[in-house]
Design a protein around this ligand. Structure first.
Ligand code: MN
Length: 129
């Protein structure tokens, strides 16, 4: 059995590293992509079990990327958590309208993010199998 895989689409490398550190002590496997195109290619190849989507992506926003992923067979039903840097009015509504399953606005604690991930994608218990 392979580890449950999380794809994190985020252009900011520091944020990607923070989440990688957060998930280090879990059984999740983390993939990182800096933009929509890379994220889509990874999603088609790796079939992630959950997607973390930064809303503020360059060129194509995370809202648009979420909509695109919802149209892909590989990710049509995959839980997507949209993450935004600020709780601007309308962001959550736009993310949900695009197909996001859940929404998290900064500032949030790493614990909050991990709880949300575990709620949508229960962690494997123990290794092996
Ligand atoms: Mn960003």
């Amino acid at each position: 059995m392979s580890a449950k895989t999380i794809l994190y689409v985020e252009d900011n490398e520091v944020n990607r590293r923070l989440v990688r550190d957060l998930l280090k002590r879990t059984t999740y496997r983390l993939l990182g992509a800096p933009d929509r195109e890379t994220g889509m290619a990874m999603a088609r190849r790796e079939h992630p079990d959950l997607i973390l989507m930064d809303v503020q992506l360059p060129k194509v926003s995370g809202i648009e990327a979420t909509r695109t992923l919802r149209g892909e067979v590989a990710t049509a039903a995959t839980p997507i958590i949209a993450i935004t840097s600020f709780a601007l009015g309308g962001d959550e509504q736009k993310a949900r309208a695009a197909g996001a399953t859940a929404y998290l606005a900064k500032p949030y604690s790493p614990r909050q993010l991990l709880e949300m991930i575990r709620r949508l994608l229960p962690e494997d218990e123990g290794a092996g199998g």
